[in-house]
Design a protein around this ligand. Structure first.
Ligand code: FES
Ligand SMILES: [Fe+2]
Length: 340
């Protein structure tokens, strides 16, 4: 099993119009993404097989992608269908074909799989409650100068929130919290108990009476994190992030904040967007600093019990990096007490 067995987001569906080409990078591979004649997304290696120009600088006409250098035209299967310098005598031949990858579209995202043949065991991750009745989604994109492992860990890490997002997200109250962390089948689930307060500037709206609420953080291999909060009725949200590896030190993160706040949902939307941009912007900064140190001194971490969730995520991602199946790692559950 490899990282390229999985589907990775390359764009929001609405951002890829007919006649548009997007340039993307996934796991170091350069991609030119456009829509073919039938409107389906197409992903070609961003390299013209003629004299190696970049196809993403080209133009789309009637579902074909024209190279900007000598005008060779590629169809949705990557086949060359026109060579202007050959005029009408150009004969299509199978040998003339750009490398192409499987694509699909789901929940308003376009996905690419870099494997020769996508594995049906690993479909794209279904985004929780996307376009479900009464649910709203705010979708934001950020580029992190760090790898997927460190991004995913950050998105499900409570201890940093009091120092990186003070006031907005949490303050340091020294409150004793408990969590159960389980690694199972390539996923990590952390369920928290005893949380009643400390939700930053959303506290009064989400949990005005400071009652106990449900909170879980989840990681799904290879690159998904999903945070869930539920406060009584009509206050339920998910923050789901897909961390897409561009290179070893650049990750494009697509985040959905999907919420059901009852009658307040519409009104809350701009505030949710602003809060997400503010909080994730702070994480972009702190992860940039972390990557600078890793680049200089290498990745050497020290752990305490509060880091159990990260140790499990790293074990799954390190197993995948070795080409092995993380679902074969032994199932483990750990009870952790920590303070925030
Ligand atoms: S390099 Fe693309 S057509 Fe020549
Ligand atoms: Fe954060």
């Amino acid at each position: 099993m490899q990282f390229d067995n999985f589907w990775y987001v390359v764009a929001q569906s609405e951002h890829l119009k007919a006649r548009q080409v997007l340039s993307r990078q996934v796991l170091g591979e350069w991609l030119a993404i456009f829509r073919g004649r039938d409107g389906q997304p197409v992903a070609l290696q961003d390299r013209c097989i003629h004299r190696n120009s970049r196809l993403s600088y080209g133009k789309v006409h009637q579902g074909g992608l024209t190279c900007p250098y000598h005008g060779w035209v590629y169809n949705e299967c990557g086949q060359v269908v026109s060579v202007p310098s050959e005029g009408g005598q150009f004969q299509h031949c199978d040998r003339l074909r750009a490398k192409y990858y499987y694509t699909c579209e789901q929940d308003g995202y376009i996905y690419v799989c870099l494997a020769e043949q996508p594995d049906t065991q690993f479909p794209p991750f279904p985004m929780p409650f996307y376009q479900a009745q009464n649910w709203h989604t705010v979708r934001v994109i950020h580029r992190f100068q760090n790898d997927v492992t460190n991004c995913a860990e950050n998105f499900i890490d409570i201890p940093h929130t009091t120092s990186v997002h003070p006031g907005i997200f949490r303050n340091s109250y020294g409150q004793k919290l408990e969590m159960t962390v389980t690694r199972k089948q390539g996923t990590v689930v952390a369920e928290y108990r005893n949380e009643t307060t400390n939700l930053g500037w959303w506290q009064r709206f989400l949990n005005p009476r400071s009652v106990k609420f449900y909170h879980s953080d989840r990681f799904y291999m290879p690159n998904i994190t999903s945070v869930e909060y539920k406060f009584g009725i009509n206050r339920h949200l998910f923050i789901t992030s897909q961390s897409v590896p561009e290179t070893d030190s650049s990750t494009l993160v697509y985040t959905d904040v999907t919420f059901d706040y009852g009658i307040w949902s519409w009104l809350a939307t701009p505030f949710v967007w602003w809060t997400a941009k503010r909080i994730i912007g702070q994480d972009v900064q702190i992860l940039k600093i972390q990557q600078e140190v890793i680049a200089k001194y290498g990745r050497r971490f020290s752990h305490t019990p509060a880091d159990t969730i990260h140790v499990f995520v790293e074990s799954i991602r390190d197993t995948l990096a070795k080409g092995e199946d993380p679902r074969l790692l032994p199932e483990k559950t750990v009870e952790v007490t920590f303070w925030a």
